[in-house]
Design a binder for this molecule. Structure first.
Ligand code: GLN
Length: 248
C-alpha cells in the first residue's frame, strides 16, 4: 500500500513537472521567431500605425506558421540587423536584404524569395540619363545598403553621401544637396510618388536577390526556413503576397 502511494505521488510529481514545462513551452523564447527588420522600406516593410506590415512581414508570418513558431518583428537600423542576427539577439533578418559575398562572410542566407533592382532617382529636369552620367555628381544613398556599397566602388567615396534612411537621401535630392539617389526600385517608386518633381531613370543600376539572413551556426533554422519557403513558393503564397503589394 505504501509503495502504491509513493508511486502515485511520484507519478503526480512527474506529471506536474511535465505540464509545467509544456505550459511555458508555448511562450518561451525557444518557440519565438524573432525577425529583425528596418520598417522604412515600403512595400517590403513599413509601419501602419504601430504595426509593421508589408511583403516581408507577411511572408515571415507564413513561415512562422509552418514552423509552429510565434513571430515577433523588431524594428531596428538596417546596419544593425546582421550584427544582431550573429549575436543571437534576433533569429533572422528580413529587410529586402540583398545577398552579397561580403555579407555571406558574416551570416548565411536562405533561398531567395524576391528580386531587387537598384535604380537611380533624379529630378525631373535633370540631365542625368543613366549610370554613365554619375561620375561627376554627388550621389545620395542609404547607409550600408548595396546602393551605398556599389556606388562607393564605382564612383568613389567622395562622390557618395550616405544618409540614415532612404527617405533622408530623397529629401537631400529634393533640396539639391545631391544630384541623384541610388536605391531599391520598390521604395524608389513610393518616394517618387510622394515627392513631386522626381523621376526614376529607365536604365537600372544593378539587379540583385533578396533573402533572409540567419546566424552561421543556426543551420537547423536555415533548413526549416528554406523548406517553408519552398512550399510557400510552390503553392503560390509568395506570389500572391507580392502581387498584393506590387500590382503587376
Ligand atoms: N537591398 C538593399 C540592401 O540589402 C537595401 C535594403 C534596405 O534598405 N532595407 O542593402
Amino acid at each position: 500500500m505504501k509503495t502504491m502511494k509513493k508511486l502515485l505521488a511520484l507519478t503526480l510529481a512527474v506529471l506536474f513537472v511535465l505540464t509545467a514545462f509544456a505550459g511555458c513551452g508555448g511562450k518561451s523564447s525557444g518557440n519565438k521567431l524573432i525577425m529583425a527588420t528596418n520598417a522604412s522600406f515600403p512595400p517590403y516593410e513599413y509601419k501602419e500605425g504601430d504595426a509593421i506590415v508589408g511583403i516581408d512581414a507577411e511572408i515571415a508570418a507564413e513561415i512562422a506558421k509552418k514552423l509552429g513558431m510565434e513571430l515577433e518583428i523588431k524594428d531596428t537600423e538596417f546596419d544593425s540587423i546582421i550584427g544582431g542576427v550573429q549575436s543571437g539577439k534576433f533569429s533572422m533578418g528580413m529587410a529586402g536584404m540583398t545577398v552579397t559575398e561580403d555579407r555571406l562572410q558574416s551570416v548565411n542566407f536562405s533561398d531567395t524569395y524576391a528580386k531587387g533592382v537598384q535604380v537611380i532617382i533624379v529630378k525631373e529636369d535633370s540631365t542625368i540619363a543613366g549610370p554613365d552620367d554619375l561620375g561627376d555628381v554627388m550621389i545620395g544613398v542609404q547607409q550600408s545598403t548595396t546602393g551605398h556599397i556599389y556606388a562607393s566602388g564605382d564612383y568613389g567615396e567622395d562622390h557618395v553621401t550616405p544618409y540614415k534612411t532612404g527617405n533622408d537621401a530623397v529629401q537631400a535630392l529634393v533640396a539639391g544637396k545631391v544630384a541623384a539617389v541610388i536605391i531599391d526600385n520598390e521604395p524608389a517608386k513610393s518616394y517618387v510618388e510622394s515627392n513631386p518633381g522626381l523621376k526614376i531613370l529607365d536604365t537600372a543600376y544593378a539587379e540583385e536577390d533578396y533573402a533572409i539572413c540567419v546566424a552561421k551556426e543556426n543551420t537547423d533554422l536555415l533548413e526549416k526556413i528554406n523548406a517553408a519557403l519552398a512550399e510557400l513558393k510552390a503553392d503560390g503564397t509568395v506570389d500572391s503576397i507580392v502581387s498584393k503589394y506590387i500590382p503587376a
